[in-house]
Design a protein around this ligand. Structure first.
Ligand SMILES: [Fe+2]
Ligand SMILES: [Fe+2]
Length: 216
């Protein structure tokens, strides 16, 4: 929870920890306090798993990494981006099992829009810098969230992160001058940090920017 620090977690090497549901497991990445408040985690539902009905007083953001995630509003396959706004509630489950990236209790209090985007729909991709392709998912005030697809051997410009940057590598290997980050790595870079990213192989990342310096 020390947002001035750069953090790299290779989540594929982290251990699954139990949750209040015996069929749902988590790898905590950042957490203010157990079961309440700000938390970012990788979450796994076993086939047939369900989680107790719960509310999200400060919102819940989900990216479905594998499998199919469900709640009473529908079934969401891998590649779905979901924002459940402050005050929302649901009873989630998964028939076949799923792996999720979940950010809980981190919404701006005025960010009340419900968003569900299936990024398997190719229409959402936009051209980015060089050979990059960008799939915009959400923006509010300074905060932005997108998928970014890198072709093999692509290099981006050196840049500074106003409001920080958070990256989850969904496939391939992301690189910068500080290291190599294989699929499953979670990277959090503080406000005003600098790097020069590139890739050797085709790589897909989930990127959030501009959300790490504002106190609500
Ligand atoms: Fe939830
Ligand atoms: Fe960056």
């Amino acid at each position: 929870m020390e947002f001035s620090q750069r953090i790299v977690i290779e989540t594929s090497k982290a251990e699954w920890l139990p949750s209040p549901s015996g069929t749902v497991f988590r790898k905590p990445l950042e957490r203010a306090a157990p079961e309440t408040g700000h938390a970012t985690s990788i979450v796994r539902y076993e086939a047939g798993a369900s989680f107790q009905s719960h509310s999200h007083p400060m919102g819940e953001e989900i990216f479905v990494m594998e499998g199919v995630f469900s709640d009473e509003t529908g079934d969401y396959p891998a590649g779905t981006y979901i924002r459940n706004p402050p005050g929302s509630a649901h009873s989630p489950f998964s028939k076949e099992g799923c792996t999720l990236f979940v950010k809980l209790h981190q919404f701006h209090p005025e960010d009340l829009s419900k968003i569900i985007i299936n990024t398997n729909d190719p229409q959402g991709w936009r051209p980015g810098h060089g050979g990059l392709r960008v799939y915009p998912l959400h923006s509010f005030h300074t905060e932005g969230t997108a998928l970014v697809w890198w072709p093999a051997n692509e290099k981006f410009l050196p840049h500074r992160h106003y409001g920080g940057e958070e990256i989850l590598i969904l496939s391939g290997v992301f690189q910068d001058e500080y290291g190599e980050y294989p699929k499953g790595t979670w990277l959090r870079s503080p406000h005003l940090s600098v790097h020069h990213p590139y890739v050797s192989e085709e790589t897909l990342i989930l990127v959030k920017t501009g959300h790490l310096s504002t106190e609500y």
